[in-house]
Design a protein around this ligand. Structure first.
Ligand code: ZN
Length: 360
């Protein structure tokens, strides 16, 4: 068999999911199990969509494998891959909206429920309600009846990040599958499948926190590595920097990268987390910035002992203050001086005091 065809066939099956065998077993059991709605629960970036689609393909496949799901070859699988399967009904918030209108639930689900599948033995409703406001109570109520009473050929797959937002009646009737964080190896495998390898891939994996979506976004972001190098260089230098340098060069850097402030703060937190791990000698914990271990270790042993926990608290406060539209220059300037002080640099009592006060 030629390789591309082989790959296309694998693409829809559960073997294309880099996840634990327990999760894949759960998926296989869900396909062969009763007609209870399937609830896929996982954080943003956990891979709910990727897995939900493979689950739907397996439910629709005309010759599914009991272990690996969709065959990838049958007419159903081929239509599924082309995105034009008539027996797959997808319900999600419109692209520019955050919620699914109750009218959509009625028109797309309740009204079409009795219609027989046309190609497959089943009909699958794939409903994406990731956030708390994706499907309000009226929408959930409109979904409840079809979920409870439907023709035997109907299956529901509901994707959500926040299972607590769902009505208890929906939760209790569903079979829940939790998509947890993946291992570092699984993330690297997912990145390799998407064509990302080498140092860029391992860095993205380190920052992804077990979330494939996060890893793929970071690996595909050429700006990420540049920014990461610049931010970490700045943090390595800051203990020895002068007040003027903090308030000119460094502040300018933050101004220029203002749009990326959320990522910069995350990078800063990763740096501080690594520093804390080294300082407290926490065993068997991987550094996110493992390539900088030596430089980080040097800071952690500085004569004026750094306080990464306090510094991290200031970074989090800065994030909250900026979200609440605090003055950018002032907030960042205070953070820079506080970082300098808490990373073993010069401690300015007045600036430090102001920094704390301004956050109260
Ligand atoms: Zn098939």
């Amino acid at each position: 068999m030629d390789q591309t065809k082989d790959q296309a066939e694998r693409e829809l099956s559960f073997s294309s999911i880099a996840a634990s065998s327990q999760l894949k077993d759960q998926l296989a059991r869900a396909v062969s199990g009763n007609d209870a709605p399937l609830l896929l629960v996982g954080q943003e970036g956990a891979g709910k969509d990727f897995i939900g689609r493979r689950l739907a393909a397996a439910l629709l496949c005309q010759e599914p494998d009991p272990v690996t799901g969709a065959c990838g070859r049958c007419p159903s699988c081929r239509l599924f891959t082309r995105g034009s399967h008539v027996d797959l009904i997808e319900v999600a918030p419109a692209e520019d909206k955050t919620s699914i209108p109750v009218a959509d639930v009625r028109a797309l689900v309740a009204a079409t429920l009795p219609i027989y599948p046309q190609l497959s033995a089943r009909k699958v409703y794939l409903i994406r309600a990731p956030k708390a406001d994706s499907l309000n109570e009226a929408g959930q109520n409109a979904l409840l009846k079809p979920m409870e009473e439907h023709p035997p050929f109907v299956r529901f797959i509901l994707l959500t990040e926040e299972v607590d937002q769902l009505l208890p009646t929906i939760r209790s009737r569903s079979r829940m599958i939790r998509i947890g964080r993946r291992s570092q190896e699984e993330i690297l495998q997912i990145l390799a499948q998407a064509g990302f390898q080498g140092q860029g891939a391992s860095l993205a994996a380190n920052y992804a926190d077990g979330l494939p979506g996060q890893a793929l976004a970071l690996a595909g972001d050429s700006d990420f590595r540049r920014l990461r190098d610049q931010v970490l260089d700045l943090l390595l230098e800051i203990p020895a920097a002068s007040r003027t340098q903090c308030l000119t060069d460094y502040l300018n850097f933050f101004r220029e990268e203002k749009k990326q402030i959320a990522l910069i703060l995350r990078l800063t937190e990763s740096f501080l987390r690594d520093l804390l791990i080294l300082q407290r000698q926490i065993p068997e914990t991987r550094l996110i910035n493992s390539d900088l271990e030596e430089a980080l270790a040097k800071i952690s042993r500085a004569p004026k002992a750094p306080d990464p926990a306090q510094a991290a608290e200031i970074v989090r406060q800065t994030g909250r203050a900026l979200k609440a539209n605090a003055n950018f220059d002032h907030t960042v300037a205070r953070m820079l001086l506080a970082l300098r002080a808490n990373l073993g640099g010069h401690r300015e009592e007045s600036a430090h005091y102001q920094a704390r006060e301004s956050f109260l």
